[in-house]
Each structure stands twice: as structure tokens, then as C-alpha cells.
Design a protein around this ligand. Structure first.
Ligand SMILES: *Cc1c(COP(=O)(O)O)cnc(C)c1O
Length: 382
């Protein structure tokens, strides 16, 4: 990512991975080892992640998108089935439902929490519903007791999109240390990275077997010369190079998330009174703060969100958008979704801006962002 040339101050992106020298050395060692694809490092990474998640089974893969898709397949979800999911997330959350042949049934989210409205989720259940696929948005955990009570009442499986939530705690328990099938992402923008990668925590013995088959050609090897393919599996196993990055990252996860919480606390402190933006729900110490995403009060401004982003960019500050409402994308309008169905998701989709937040940021960086936002928003008030 490069900044505008006219800016004097250093370019501040909205996110940046933190890779230490030990991890780079560990990657070099794997590259020299003669074994690059899934091997000892993947086994070690899965074991370390399992240990972090209270000993639950963990299966890694090349992305959370692949993990979510395999989790749906492992639950036997396909044609004719419905899966309840929030209208606000990264589009992968819904795409995987369509890809396995099922129908995504969207539900609105809370304006401050950005998490699926569980009352509306329960109301959306039909005889065709097979699963709920919620997101712990930005790392703010859902009400897990209520979520799993709904699932139990209606005999549904829960596939948690925990792409934002590695290290998040609900009632003192780590997300992924309990629950049905919990899918993490290790994309470079997430709280820890394997470059590209993901992992599923949990699952029944049968589901785990299905995930292993879907992950690698559906193949089993019974002896040195005896192979069978039990289903037409895909190919999304993690590499040892990626796993070496993940092992190095996992060692810093608690420290990274603590840093994120400290930086966000400073944002909240500086905007304690009359914030120029609508701040997201603060949550508690269990929030892992994958992204900090206030809403722009566009109704009171003379500029568009695009112009806000440009004005911040001119000040050397990167701003992202997480995310447009999914149901308004062409592929989902084609399924019959339309404007006005999910007002909070639509408003967030229009107004959300992602401000810089990553472990290597300083408190002075936060102050710089706040000063820039204050100047841009105040200068644009009508
Ligand atoms: C990043 C993300 C994904 C997809 O993760 P990948 O590892 O990039 O496939 C899925 N859901 C949400 C909410 C995400 O933010």
C-alpha cells in the first residue's frame, strides 16, 4: 500500500500485519527443509491452536472461505436447505451458502453491535432451515447462550464465522473453545495471519472426517499402494510455510489483541464527548477488536463517504469499508433481495468507515487519526 506523495507525515494504513524476525527465520528454515506443503509444521500449528482453544479438534485450511464451505458440506447442507446469516458481513459469509447450493436467509444486525439480531434470526426459521451462520463482528462475541438455545430449540447446527474473533472471549471462554463448528481466518488483515489460511475448531467425529475428505481430494490411503477416493473432494490444505507463519503469530496473539484494546480505548477516550462519528458498541475486555468501524453522519455532512476517504488519504491516513450490505450486491438481488429489507445493515453499509487499528500503531497515531477525522468532519458540517 502506498500513500499520497503530497503528504509530509508517514502513511498510516488502516491495517498492517506484524511479522517478527523469528517468524521470518522459521519460514526460511521450512523453505530449506525440503518439505513445503502440509507436513510437520501444519500438524504443529493445528496442535498449538487446539491447545489455545482448550483442546478442541482443529483442522486448518487455505482460507476461512474454504473452511466455511467445508463446514456446510460436512453438516450435509445443500440444495433445498436454508441457512440464516447476517445481511452485514464480508460477502464470503453468504457466498459459501450459495456455493453449496443452499439459500442464504438474511437477517438484520444491531446498529451498534453489527451482530445478527437473534430475535429476528429465530423468527426467520422455517422447516427448511438447517443452520445458523452468524459472525462475531469485529470480534464482539454474540450472546452465545441465546444463540445456542435457539439452535437447540429448533435442532439447527451453528457454523460460527469467527474470522474476526480469534482471541475473543464470551463469559470468560475463548470463542472456538466451545460451540459447534467455529471458523477462523488468517488472512493478512485478520488479528493473526498465515498469509492466506483458516481453521475450523470443533465438529463431531463424522464432520471432522468429512472436512478432512473435502480438504484433500476425498482421498484415503490404506496402505502404500492402496488408495481410495470416498467423495469428490477439493484441495485446500495449508502449507508448512504458512503454518510456520501461523506458529510465530500465535505466540503474539494475546499481546496483539491487548494492544488493539489499548488503541481502541484511546479512540473512545478522545471521543468521550460529542464524537463526530457514531462509535460502535464498546463491548467488554473479551472484544478482540479486529476492526474499528464508526459510522459517518452523512445526513449532516456536505461530503460523501468517498470524499471523506479521499480527504483522510490526503492527510496520509488509510480508511477502509467493512462492509457493504450483502443483500444489495447483484448476485443477491438476483435471488430476490432488495433495498429496504434490512435497514441497519443498509445504513451501516452506506456509512461505515474503518479507521486505522493494528498492533504496531502508537497512541500518537490514534491521536493523529482523531485530529484528522475531527477536522474533516467539522469542516464538512452543513
Ligand atoms: C475475512 C473474512 C472471511 C474470509 O476469510 P478468508 O480467510 O479471507 O477466506 C469470512 N468472513 C468474514 C467475516 C471475514 O472478515
Amino acid at each position: 500500500m502506498s500513500g499520497p506523495e503530497q503528504s509530509g507525515a508517514a502513511w498510516l494504513p488502516f491495517t498492517r500485519p506484524a511479522i517478527d524476525e523469528e517468524t521470518i527465520a522459521a519460514v526460511a528454515a521450512v523453505l530449506r527443509s525440503g518439505w513445503l506443503a502440509s507436513g510437520p509444521k501444519v500438524a504443529q500449528f493445528e496442535a498449538a491452536l487446539s491447545q489455545y482453544l482448550g483442546g478442541r479438534p482443529v483442522r486448518s485450511q487455505t482460507s476461512a472461505t474454504a473452511g466455511l464451505e467445508m463446514a456446510l458440506l460436512a453438516c450435509g447442507i445443500g440444495k433445498g436447505d436454508e441457512v440464516i446469516t447476517p445481511a452485514l458481513s464480508f460477502v464470503a459469509t453468504a457466498n459459501v451458502i450459495v456455493r453449496v447450493g443452499a439459500r442464504p436467509v438474511f437477517v438484520d444486525v444491531g446498529l451498534a453491535s453489527r451482530n445478527i439480531d437473534l430475535e429476528q434470526a429465530e423468527a426467520a426459521i422455517t422447516p427448511r432451515t438447517r443452520a445458523i451462520l452468524p459472525v462475531h463482528f469485529a470480534g464482539l462475541p454474540l450472546d452465545m447462550e441465546r444463540l445456542y438455545a435457539i439452535a437447540a430449540r429448533h435442532r439447527l447446527r451453528v457454523i460460527e464465522d469467527a474470522a474476526h474473533a480469534i482471541g475473543s472471549l464470551w463469559a470468560g471462554k475463548r470463542i472456538g473453545s466451545f460451540g459447534d463448528l467455529v471458523c477462523f481466518s488468517f488472512h493478512p488483515n485478520k488479528n493473526i495471519t498465515t498469509i492466506e489460511g483458516g481453521a475450523i475448531s470443533g465438529g463431531s467425529a463424522e464432520e471432522l472426517r468429512a472436512i478432512e475428505l473435502h480438504r484433500w481430494h476425498g482421498q484415503v490411503k490404506r496402505a502404500a499402494d492402496d488408495f481410495d477416493t470416498l467423495l469428490a473432494g477439493g484441495k485446500c490444505n495449508l502449507s508448512d510455510v504458512a503454518a510456520a507463519v501461523g506458529l510465530g503469530q500465535l505466540e503474539h496473539l494475546e499481546e496483539f489483541n491487548a494492544r488493539r484494546r489499548t488503541l481502541v480505548a484511546r479512540y473512545f477516550e478522545l471521543w468521550a464527548e460529542e464524537p463526530p462519528l457514531r462509535l460502535p458498541q464498546r463491548g467488554d475486555a473479551g472484544h478482540s477488536w479486529h476492526v474499528f468501524t464508526p459510522l459517518l453522519p452523512l445526513g449532516t455532512l456536505s461530503i460523501t463517504r468517498g470524499e471523506f476517504i479521499e480527504a483522510m488519504r490526503a492527510r496520509g491516513i488509510g480508511v477502509g469499508v467493512h462492509y457493504p450490505a450483502i443483500h444489495l450486491f447483484s448476485a443477491y438481488r438476483a435471488l430476490g433481495y432488495r433495498d429496504g429489507q434490512f435497514p441497519n445493515a443498509e445504513r451501516i453499509g452506506r456509512e461505515t468507515v474503518t479507521l486505522p487499528l493494528f498492533p504496531a500503531m502508537t497512541l500518537a497515531d490514534v491521536e493523529r487519526v482523531v485530529a484528522a477525522v475531527n477536522a474533516v468532519v467539522r469542516g464538512a458540517r452543513t
